[in-house]
Design a protein around this ligand. Structure first.
Ligand code: SF4
Length: 240
């Protein structure tokens, strides 16, 4: 949905044509850190230390290399790669103390038909249910926090998760939390029913636009600064 909002043609290349894209080093770094944090919570609370997290690093990296062999050509300096990963893990421990709580779910799959024609699903990095019943939805970001004024856009993804959880479980999450390991910042938001209903309306509106684009096979290009990072620029009609 983000792709479609940013540029319908980009959405077509990715979601409809499913053209392959090369691995991105930032995305792969994010996957590695997410995998380590997921496994960290397999350990008993008292063992969830920075040392345990860094011990997981070589094994998770080998697993990632096995599943994405082309990474070997992207990561030319393994020491630098490990140093950067360790620094992100250091930042994680500045933001949270994983010894102090028990997560309820990691990589929780949420799904729902939000209308007759639109099925929506996503994976939540972590969902914590307090003994008193309050639900917290947590998402890790390995980049830096958004500039002032862009927090709402960043929170949209978590509001979608909150909406799915609320609709499926009948429980309104208490807190949404984005942890930015790139610059040790946290964005928190207390979702309200009206925010989630508004999120649902936006999702239905974007979904309807996607269906119209599919039916008419019309996916307009939308030039923006994103084009400079778009892998498909070389074949995009807006640039050729
Ligand atoms: S280059 Fe720009 S306009 Fe073209 S598909 Fe990519 S994002 Fe869209």
């Amino acid at each position: 949905m983000n792709d479609f909002t940013n540029c319908p043609q980009l959405y077509k290349y990715r979601a409809v044509d499913q053209l392959p894209e090369p691995a991105s080093i930032d995305a792969e770094r994010g996957k590695l850190i997410h995998a380590i944090l997921e496994d960290l919570f397999e350990l008993p609370a008292g063992e969830r230390t920075f040392e345990s997290a860094t011990e997981l690093l070589p094994r998770k990296w080998q697993e990632q290399l096995a599943s994405t062999p082309e990474l070997a050509t992207l990561v030319l300096d393994e020491k630098e790669w490990f140093d950067r990963a360790q620094s992100l893990l250091t930042n994680y421990f500045i933001l949270e103390n994983p010894v102090a709580f028990e997560p309820s779910f990691r990589e929780l799959h949420l799904e729902r038909d939000i209308s007759e024609e639109i099925y929506l699903h996503g994976y939540v990095d972590r969902l914590d249910i307090a003994p008193t019943g309050e639900v917290r939805i947590v998402d890790y970001k390995t980049g830096k926090s958004p500039k002032p004024g862009w927090e709402e856009k960043a929170l949209f993804q978590l509001r979608v998760y909150a909406l799915l959880y609320w609709r499926n479980q009948g429980v309104l999450p208490h807190l949404l939390q984005l942890l930015y390991l790139g610059d040790t910042k946290t964005i928190k938001s207390v979702p309200t029913e009206s925010q989630l209903l508004s999120t649902e309306r936006i999702l239905n509106a974007i979904g309807a636009e996607i269906l119209t684009a599919l039916e008419s096979d019309h996916f307009p290009t939308k030039k923006s600064r994103l084009c400079d990072w778009c892998f498909f620029k070389a074949i995009c009609p807006a640039h050729n």
